[in-house]
Design a protein around this ligand. Structure first.
Ligand code: PM9
Length: 463
């Protein structure tokens, strides 16, 4: 009898397309000019000159018909908008935090929590830095200390939980500076700069026990918390039967509070918030928000934005949504593997992180290999990614020298529900072609550098 053929069963997006936005293909000559004018910084390229935009998943997501319908239900009262109460109900229901303050985006919440918690001379340990998070901690007077596991700094290491905190590193810091100098531990999941790498529930529980023992608060950057929940469900023993909503709630239960850039998991174009179980912190944030953002019932947002966020929370915990979102990233990674292009393993949550150090081996880090690679890919095809290496790491505030991270990466980030598999194929083929010609690529020199978050605005010239 003939052997039965095993037929592969694929997944597909749990939605169909209702509205489309045309995108424009430019010529190589046009892109060369645009890249030069932008000082080889992909943040400075006009979006009109971009074909496939993988710069970020921040605020670039496609909202659902339910979210757009919610926008029409915006209650634009200055005070006490009904959308604020809908959003607050969902923050309580899904994150389990009783107190909540909306903000216009994530860094506004980072600003407030840093100002409220940190005193001059404090130390804030965290699982690898994030650009805006660390800056606000430093501006408030703290020194950030990276306590992530060593594996996170190695792009080839396949540990499934490279976002974990190294408990020994954390304990050593507590011994060295004393618990009183540590206002909180700052834990993100998945870890953006490490390649979208998650932490495990076990590690979170252990960190929480250690923090409780030393009476140190534990705060969560929950910007992409559902992606972390997805990885726990898929990879950590004992969690396969839990829903994303249950995992999110359990993760949050170990934290004193959290901040969120709603522009990611919540699939909206603008928004953020701070939520906590600590009444004192809440009252300070609720007071501070009126100074920097707007009244505590809108925090710099329109009522319609809060409604889209409230509905986004309900959609972000749907398994099929998150499965398709991470499925796209996996698809891109598997296609790149076929061409032997090196990138951070395991494949993480929101992006593929190309390993520029291994791709442009001939460029020393002070010639900005990741910045160079992002510009080369853009010129090749109009695909826009971003640098996540020495430029993003910025300068050491004490010495003024470049910080040289081990990871020198180009991030190709997937907006949610925006691009198709065909777009990914085009992007992969362009990257493969740049990889093929990598030996001819020349580095960059920095010619303009702003004081804060330089990666957004600095400029380069070709060497
Ligand atoms: N993340 C991103 O592209 C946008 C700005 S940096 C290029 O990944 C985390 C984990 C983030 C994040 C922003 C923020 C700040 C906080 N935490 O951009 O202010 O990934 O809403 O959030 C970006 P906002």
């Amino acid at each position: 009898m003939a052997k039965k053929k095993i037929i592969k069963r694929s997944w597909a997006e749990p939605f169909k397309i209702k509205v489309v936005e045309p995108i424009k293909m430019t010529t190589r000559t046009e892109r060369e000019k645009a890249a030069k004018e932008a000082g080889y910084n992909t943040f400075l390229i006009k979006s009109d000159d971009v074909y496939i935009d993988l710069l970020t998943d921040s605020g670039t997501n496609a909202m659902s018909d339910r979210q757009w319908a919610g926008m029409m239900m915006g209650d634009e009262a200055y005070a006490g908008s009904k959308n604020f109460y809908h959003l607050w109900d969902n923050v309580k229901k899904y994150y389990g935090m009783p107190h909540f303050v909306p903000t216009h985006q994530g860094r506004a919440a980072e600003h407030m929590i840093s100002k409220i918690m940190i005193k001059q001379g404090d130390y804030v340990p965290g699982n690898m830095y994030f650009t805006t998070t660390r800056l606000h901690q430093e501006l408030a007077g703290a020194t950030f200390v990276d306590v992530i596991v060593d594996e996170a700094h190695d792009p080839k290491n396949e540990n499934p939980f490279k976002g974990n905190i190294d408990l020994n590193k954390l304990e050593d810091l507590i011994k060295k500076v004393g618990a009183k100098k540590i206002p909180y531990v700052s834990m993100a999941g998945p870890v953006n700069m490490a390649g979208g790498q998650p932490f495990s529930m076990k590690n979170l529980k252990d960190v929480s026990v250690l923090c409780n023992k030393h009476k140190i608060k534990l705060w969560f950057d929950a910007t992409r918390a559902c992606e972390n929940a997805y990885f726990i469900k898929e990879k950590e023993k004992g969690y396969a039967n839990k829903t994303i909503a249950e995992l999110l709630k359990e993760m949050c239960s170990y934290y004193d509070g959290l901040w969120v850039s709603a522009k990611k998991d919540l699939m909206v174009n603008i928004g953020g918030f701070l939520a906590t179980r600590n009444k004192r912190v809440y009252e300070e944030a609720r007071n501070m928000v009126v100074v920097y953002e707007g009244l505590h019932t809108y925090g710099g947002l329109a009522g319609r934005d809060m409604e889209a966020m409230a509905i986004g929370i309900e959609e972000m915990v749907e398994y099929d949504n998150i499965r398709a979102r991470i499925g796209q990233v996996e698809y891109c990674g598997h296609e790149l593997e076929k061409y032997g292009v090196p990138f951070v393993k395991p494949i993480g949550g929101h992006a593929i992180f190309l390993d520029a150090k291994r791709i442009l081996k001939h460029l020393p880090q002070n010639q900005f290999p990741a910045q160079t690679l992002a510009a080369e890919i853009y010129v090749d095809s109009g695909v826009r990614g971003m640098e996540r290496g020495v430029v993003s790491a910025g300068r050491d505030p004490e010495t003024g020298d470049h910080r040289y991270p081990n990871l020198e990466l180009v991030r190709l980030t997937f907006p949610r529900r925006v691009y198709t598999q065909a777009h990914i194929d085009v992007a992969v083929e362009s990257i493969a072609s740049v990889y093929e010609n990598r030996k001819n690529v020349k580095g960059l020199k920095m010619v303009y550098e702003p004081k804060y978050l330089r990666f957004f605005q600095c400029k380069f010239e070709k060497l």
